[in-house]
Design a protein around this ligand. Structure first.
Ligand code: ZN
Ligand code: ZN
Length: 212
């Protein structure tokens, strides 16, 4: 299938974080998105669908999303891409958060590439657009693949809910602005994979999300 991006979701960590494996249907090149934990399961998922991981993508710096990135990068040698540099303070204090929350993790990380709004990330023949969506965290990014009408939105938006903003440097107004000005306008028919819980679409949330 040309123009096709495929995905498989593996819930990881005690927070059932949706870690997704994305891959190009043409080339089978794949990316691990948000490897928060259970990296054996993530690697098994890649083996099961017969794809070749080439990079690690991060939506934001919370430990349930990035906790085992250091270990996965060490084992596989894959580059770490994202989030926006405004989440540097989170990636550099994973040891602290891990101890505080009692969550297993594999240490602090510094990405090989920080992302900015409107950057592009390629995966085989597919191009993902980067959308900076601050609010839940200041450096949160969303990965959007226009041809397959799919977005990976992390903890910005959920089915009938939105991201928490009571964490350090969270900002409720900014989050609403990100959702209403940057995501919803992409179109009602865009399906999204949230950081937790079931997939939904921007149209469903525009009409039925009580927070919007
Ligand atoms: Zn989060
Ligand atoms: Zn989360």
């Amino acid at each position: 299938m040309p123009d096709s991006l495929c995905y498989k979701i593996t819930p990881v960590t005690a927070y059932a974080q949706n870690s997704s494996l994305l891959w190009c249907a043409d080339t089978k090149e794949a990316a691990f998105v948000d490897p928060g934990g259970d990296i054996e399961k993530l690697q098994q998922a890649a083996t099961d669908v017969g794809v070749k991981p080439v990079k690690i993508l991060l939506t934001h710096g919370h430990i349930d999303h990035v906790g085992f990135t250091a270990k996965l990068a060490e084992i596989t040698g894959l580059p770490i891409i994202g989030p926006h540099e405004q989440d540097r303070f989170l990636l550099e204090s994973l040891d602290e958060y891990g101890a505080m929350l009692g969550l297993p993790h594999s240490g602090n990380i510094t990405p090989d590439r920080w992302l900015c709004d409107a950057d592009k990330v390629t995966l085989g023949n597919q191009t993902l657009e980067v959308i900076h969506c601050p609010g839940h965290t200041p450096g949160h990014v969303v990965f959007y693949h226009a041809p397959s009408k799919l977005a990976v939105v992390g903890d910005v938006l959920f089915q009938h809910s939105i991201g928490r903003t009571d964490f350090p440097r969270g900002n409720h107004e900014e989050l609403l602005h990100s959702i209403k000005q940057k995501l919803i306008p992409l179109g009602d028919d865009i399906e999204f994979i949230p950081g937790h819980g079931p997939n939904s679409s921007f149209g469903e949330e525009r009409l039925h999300n009580p927070f919007l």
